[in-house]
Write a new protein. Structure first.
Length: 522
């Protein structure tokens, strides 16, 4: 095995090992419950069935396919299966990124590992993984189309085959798996705008400038008329080729819109992303929708990647293209606005970063001359094989650590109020339950006797219900009226909430308490 292949395999295995961790969070549970409902009823839910504040209200979540897939994995392999599923999808995502970017393998490995570390802030067993993977595939396909006709791509096998027609087909699955399908439109739109600039501005300007130059040369009696016409035809051919691609992209864009409409809810799904991001409660109360906190160590890889990308563009002699500018600026802005979008920036940044490190890559390649020569040495190939074997065994061991049911149960017990839920199941208190937002998804799955007040489906509850929940847990003016309105007889929240002090002074009785949760009855 040569060193180049070794670096590639170690990089992808390392990403898998990084992502092989406990990935079940609160939202994982309500996705599993929705998938179970779909499987049992053989129908797609159109209204809410899991809460009492929104029961019967329209709920049109575009994730039914992936929710059923998650349920199947969980049913067969438990939480450990979801952990390994997440690791596999993350590794597959960066596999596409590896083949999207070009350059020296050593630098590619460093950039991919850094990008993976940055995106790790949002690895969880949720339908978002579909958006994560499909974003990488979209970037891979569109980058290959953008490089068509350029060296060395034009000499590669299959370079004359277009793969961008796959994008609308992927969108059908994407729009039925996660609301982040809007990211596909953003990525496609960036490349479409870049092509539009080339067709409408750059190529036409070059063509007319060449015609003017040739005309002036003929007036002055300078230059070869044959050579001048050849340059004109070459530019004209390039312009026509880009124009043909532009018209194909226009049809593909229309195909993407039509693909989104192929879902159980029809064309209404086109406005779903706008409806979701328009909820102000997301930015106000939910961490993943807030700007990243750079005081947290886990955000530092994103900061390094962000600065390194801008630094490479500034230090490079290569002019930044419209596409690269939009990739960095659009996804950089999204990442700075909401922490969950850091994962998307981690997919787009390596493309721009590697495009502007050609000179550095060349110097590094000279420095690694002895490694390239070692590839021809049988002894070196044996050593490379041993290194890969050791790394592979380490990855298998890391996977083993996050797969066993017992270890996952210990993790779940630390993260969720398992004992308090067991107490509620035993005592069977009567009345509606006011619950912690953080536990809503877990309660939907494990405490089905009690519909929830709120959970992670913010698109369902909107600002009104979430604001009511905040008013209650903060013990703000009007909290008693809200509980009376919803006929709440049970309160199940974290012990540190300000509401706990209010309840101790009111007509509420504490019936259970542990370090994770506290339960009151009226």
């Amino acid at each position: 095995m040569n060193t180049r292949k070794l670096i590639f395999l170690i990089t992808i295995l390392s990403v898998f090992a990084m992502a092989a961790r406990f990935t079940v969070d609160s939202d994982t549970w309500w996705h599993l419950r929705a998938g179970q409902w779909i499987w049992e009823k053989k129908s797609i839910p159109r209204v809410d069935h899991f809460s009492y504040t929104q029961r019967g209200e329209a709920w049109q979540y575009p994730g039914w396919i992936w929710e059923v897939i998650m349920l199947g994995i969980y049913s067969q392999f438990g939480p450990g299966g979801l952990n390994l599923m997440t690791a596999f999808i993350v590794a597959l995502t960066f596999l596409f990124i590896w083949f999207t970017i070009r350059g020296n393998n050593f630098i590619k490995a460093f950039v991919v590992i850094l990008a993976a570390a940055a995106s790790g802030v949002y690895w969880a067993a949720r339908p978002y993984l579909v958006t994560f993977l499909f974003s990488a595939v979209y970037l891979f396909i569109l980058e290959k189309e953008r490089g068509r006709g350029q060296e060395p791509y034009s000499k590669q096998a299959g370079a004359d085959i277009h793969y961008d027609w796959i994008l609308p087909l992927m969108m059908i699955f994407w729009a039925n798996s996660h609301g982040g399908f809007a990211v596909g439109f953003i990525i496609f739109g960036i490349y479409f705008l870049g092509l539009t600039f080339h067709v409408g501005v750059k190529n036409i300007w070059e063509f007319h400038r060449e015609k003017l130059r040739n005309f002036m040369n003929r007036v002055r009696g300078q230059g070869s008329e044959k050579r001048s016409l050849s340059r004109e035809r070459k530019i004209q051919t390039k312009t026509l080729a880009n124009g043909t691609q532009w018209h194909r992209y226009l049809l593909i864009g229309l195909g993407l819109i039509a693909a989104v409409c192929l879902n159980p809810y029809g064309p209404k799904m086109l406005v779903y992303p706008f409806r979701t991001v328009g909820i102000s409660a997301l930015q106000m109360y939910i961490e993943e929708w807030q700007s990243p906190d750079f005081h947290q160590a886990r955000i530092l890889p994103f900061l390094f990647l962000f600065l390194l990308t801008f630094g490479s563009v500034g230090a490079s002699d290569k002019k930044i293209s419209i596409v690269d500018f939009l990739l960095v600026s659009v996804f950089g802005t999204l990442a700075l606005t909401a922490g969950r979008n850091i994962a998307l920036f981690a997919l787009t940044a390596p493309i721009v970063l590697m495009r502007h490190t050609v000179e550095i890559s060349g110097h590094f390649r000279k420095g690694a001359y002895w490694l390239r020569n070692g590839n021809q040495n049988k002894k070196m190939k044996v050593i490379n094989g041993l290194i890969l074997t050791i790394v592979a065994l380490a990855v298998v061991y890391k996977s083993y650590l996050v797969y066993p049911k017992k270890k996952n149960q210990e993790y779940i017990t630390e993260l969720f109020p398992v004992e308090a839920v067991r107490h509620l199941q035993e005592k069977k208190y009567q009345g509606n339950l006011f619950n912690s937002y953080n536990w809503g998804g877990y309660l939907i799955w494990s405490l089905r006797e009690y519909p929830v007040f709120v959970d992670g489906r913010t698109d369902l509850y909107g600002d009104e219900i979430v604001d009511q929940w905040v008013t209650v847990v903060q013990g703000e003016t009007g909290w008693e009226q809200i509980l009376q309105r919803w006929d709440v007889n049970l309160i199940f929240i974290e012990p540190y909430r300000p509401l706990v002090m209010e309840l101790d002074e009111k007509d509420w009785e504490k019936v259970y308490e542990d370090p994770q949760g506290i339960i009151f009855t009226r």
